[in-house]
Design a protein around this ligand. Sequence first.
Ligand code: GLA
Length: 732
Amino acid sequence: MAILINETKSIFTLQTDHSMYQMKVDQYGVLLHTYYGKKGDPFDYSYLITYADHGFSGNPYDAGEERTYSLDALPQEYPVYGSGDYRSTALKVCYPDGTHACELRYVRHRLQKGKYALPGLPTIYATQEDLADTLIITLEDTRRLFYVHLYYGVLENLNLITRSVCVENHGAETLYLEQAASVCVDLQHGGYHMHSFYGRHMKERTHQRFPIHHGIQSIGSSRGMSSHQHNPFFLLTSPQATEDNGECYGFSFLYSGDFLALGDKDQFDQTRILLGLHPDNFCYRLDKGDSFYAPEAVMAYTDQGMNALSQIYHRAYRRNLCRGRYKTARRPILLNSWESVYLDFDGKKLIEMAKDAARMGIELFVMDDGWFGKRDLDVSGLGDWHVNEEKLGCGLQELSDAIHALGMQFGIWFEPECINEDSDLYRKHPDWVLKVPGKAPVRGRYQLVLDFSREDVREHILNQICHVLDSAKIEYLKWDFNRSISDIYSAALPPQRQGEVAHRYILGLYDMLEKLTARYPDLLLEGCSGGGGRFDAGMLYYTPQIWCSDNTDAIDRLSIQYGTSFGYPISAVGSHVSHCPNDQTGRITPLETRATVAMAGTFGYELDTNEITEEEIPFIQRQILEFKKYYDLIQNGLYYRLTDLGEQPVFHGWEFVKEDGSEALLCVVALQIKANAARCCIRLKGLCADKTYLVDGEEYPGSVLMNGGYLIPHATTEYESFRIHIIEKNRE
Ligand code: GLA
């Protein structure tokens, strides 16, 4: 059992293969946090807590004359607002009398075999091979009006601890939940670095590392989506931690809407970590008997450095988060029409492109934006999900048949959550959008957002989508979302429930995705939000791949994909070869380099096949064969970051290694060409030290490749790249 309970001392110890987490109920019923780190003896770690009389840190009444007991200083499992703890807190409740002061005390606990699930929310699940247990600790507020059930999922062999919280109103009156974080971890000792992934549209998930100083350092989103600006995944590491060594904690939020993540270093140099729903735009009404479930957060710990931490998430998200056929089935190599023709196409043009694509070995043709309603420009059409046969010059079935006749699958783009004012749907249902009465809404890309908190709205859109999907053979759907949400108001809810709309919107989105995936289990879904604006673990539960960025420039993508790799597997990263000069940056890069970068993802093309020269065709054909050959190694192998983009300006490298160490693919992109320079060397990782490998016809012991390194060929053109296959001798 991964959960050890010492009933006499009221200690709960959660153990995974390599990590350990501990809590203890103290003499006043407060649930303290006592340890999170490397697995060891399940000793009572509360000896590490300092009790002292601290001025201006008050004492709870039950502590009587004991001035050394203060919640302002103690490490707690779920600190609450108004308890005399003046740090950032996890829970804030507005009581029926309008006050907020709150205290929680332990009531009971319950063990459950297997991993819990949450109603309407994505969660990590355990497979048959996984050892998983659930602990639910129940606290009650001292005014006896509600329970807080703390959920812990312990996935031993995955080295994960998952968390969620349920707040249950068992009193007679209405409460308002103003904040309910999913995770709090109070680390009493040590200084930490936080690593977050910030950015903007076309520059998502840029890695930044900074020491947590006294005060609050937070990242988050109140855009109604997880956002391009900050990702709901972050790391906490020791200041010395590197890719290969040192203590690292990971925190990942399985949620696609607003979030807040923060590090708060207090007056005693203790660091509190919080992660959960953003309290802005959030106020949840709980009537008598109602419960609220906070989204799941996933924590991991390793003392083996950042790369090992990433690999924990990669494996778990591939095996225990993604679902459906394409969790394991090979994803088809696609050609997407967006950067080839944008909105300017007809059926004939698409079929011509598809013919070229088929000749090159592409397996799926995706018709992006522009096939529906009145959609020649992006000012109109969203909301009217019926095929514009006049524009296409044919019906959808005819188009799909023509593509299938070429031996390819067919896919299609939707943006279900948005609407243009110039659409039949808006003219008919102007109250179906998020819009504050009496105020003109903020527009984004000429569009408004449909009120997905409403079932009738969702049902209408889902029916339209199903109608299209049933009208032709369609194997792939790209689910896009192209603006930040604003003007949060639902015409279907009373004033006292408006604080629920942002969260209900995301629940509505999940509900619709669940229905869609249940009805079309073989459909490959790709998430997208202007590229990677909703690249989060919540979406991965429904869409096994997500378009990583609208920036397809291979060199910019290095940083975007590098940052993404910290928290998400390669199999999640939508990545395509596009044309040159690149549409976003104007940069020219070799076709082979664009392929090298796109192969660190789901791999596909997004260019006008008419622009491909006869000389380029065999290259593309070879790239496709190569990707298929190494598919399993790339998608299911261990992923290693070999260079830090911030520190190595000359080249950038990464590596895919089979779990048994028998094979690897080394990828390197030259960032600078140097005249008359010595060759650069890169140290490989993940090989078996005592095995012999063949690299480009030469034999090397694994230890030599890992300790001495491999000499990268000399780059002779700008941004040249190298894909170097490494195979154990006698396995080739
Ligand atoms: C977003 C997506 C693109 C493309 C366009 C279509 O920007 O990220 O890939 O689908 O929308 O409008």
